[in-house]
Design a protein around this ligand. Structure first.
Ligand SMILES: Cc1cc2nc3c(=O)[nH]c(=O)nc-3n(C[C@H](O)[C@H](O)[C@H](O)COP(=O)(O)OP(=O)(O)OC[C@H]3O[C@@H](n4cnc5c(N)ncnc54)[C@H](O)[C@@H]3O)c2cc1C
Length: 315
């Protein structure tokens, strides 16, 4: 049998792709191949669980539009499928004059991105969040929280109900393309498809090379470390509390996150990891470390960002 589509990767990107393909092409045949025994077990199941409103990105960019439309679609999907989520809102707090300047620029950007935002002063911040001090803050009411693993499981069920096959425990080990079809292998098992879409997250560069694509980039693992506050502190904040981000860095900064299970986490920092898919502090995968140590792009990035690398380690 030859499939119309095969999607590799059971994270949120692969699942959303599979779901949309079946929605747009009813009756077509689709298989989703995932190397793990469940869905959403890598980045998607290890993130902060925030439904971002879309204020940070360059106005007019695809990323800004994706985030804004995606946030609404996520909430709609959760409502339809009975997945708990909460639109608790977020405060981005400025603690010095430099951050006040950046906060004001972020306010303009939110307006340009069509995302509802309110500027509040120090007194109002204290009223809304007695445990938080700052010179002022932006309040973004539409930011929410959710458990993305539950979202993935529901997306998986939608794919199956639309006739798609979920092939768990299927690590893709070879991809061969001819003019007529693509052959995908997982060990001895073989699938054939007219179109292949790879959403392999942290393995996406290896999968691209497996498919014979001449790429130059390489994934270098960065881990985000979180603390979980003790349950006695679960009510310490009633919104998500973020710092004003440094526009030079690709991180949002250490934040206080209310989780949908009622807990509160503090994090993440961003530190170099010793394994692409290692989520515990001591995780090491020799192949991953050797590969990035040999990659000139890694050393260029380290040199360029050595100052913030030190700060993140200290954090
Ligand atoms: C610390 C941190 C916090 C974040 N917080 C948030 C947040 O609060 N809100 C938010 O919206 N985003 C957040 N993000 C970003 C978000 O988590 C990611 O953008 C998203 O999860 C990426 O999804 P994905 O499907 O591309 O990757 P993944 O979830 O990693 O999925 C890739 C899948 O591909 C599979 N795969 C890989 N190789 C193979 C193979 N050879 N064969 C078969 N399957 C394979 C993997 O097993 C995996 O399941 C955060 C990211 C980080 C790092």
């Amino acid at each position: 049998m030859i499939h119309d589509h095969i999607v590799v990767g059971g994270g949120i990107v692969g699942l959303a792709t599979g779901m949309t393909l079946l929605e747009r092409n009813p009756g077509s045949s689709l298989a989703l191949l995932e190397k793990e025994s469940g869905l959403g077990l890598h980045q998607t199941g290890h993130n902060s669980g925030v439904i971002h409103a879309g204020i940070y990105y360059t106005p007019g960019s695809l990323k800004a539009e994706l985030c804004r439309v995606g946030a609404a679609a996520t909430k709609e999907f959760c409502t339809e499928h009975g997945i708990p989520f909460e639109t608790c809102g977020k405060l981005i707090v400025a603690t010095n004059d430099l951050e006040v300047g950046r906060m004001n620029a972020l306010y303009d950007r939110s307006i340009a991105n069509n995302v509802e935002v309110e500027r509040i002063d120090a007194a109002e911040l204290k009223r809304r969040e007695p445990e938080i001090s700052g010179l002022g803050a932006l309040f973004v009411p539409s930011t929410g929280i959710v458990d993305y693993e539950l979202v993935c499981q529901a997306m998986g069920r939608v794919i199956q109900q639309a006739g798609g096959a979920l092939e768990l425990n299927s690590p893709v080990t070879a991809i061969r393309e001819s003019a007529a079809e693509v052959e995908v292998r997982s060990g001895e098992r073989v699938w054939r498809t007219r179109r292949l879409i790879v959403c392999g997250g942290l393995q996406s560069d290896r999968l691209a090379r497996m498919a014979g694509l001449p790429i130059e980039h390489q994934i270098v693992p960065f881990r985000g470390e979180y603390y979980r506050l003790p349950p006695s502190k679960n009510r310490i904040v009633s919104h998500l509390i973020y710092p004003v981000p440094d526009p030079e860095l690709p991180f949002l900064g250490v934040h206080l996150t209310r989780m949908i299970d009622g807990g509160v986490t503090v994090g993440p920092n961003a530190v170099l990891g010793f394994a692409r898919e290692g989520y515990r502090k001591g995780s090491i995968t020799a192949r991953d470390v050797v590969e990035y140590a040999r990659f000139p792009g890694f050393w260029r990035t380290v040199l360029k960002n050595r100052r913030s690398a030190m700060t993140e380690m200290r954090n």
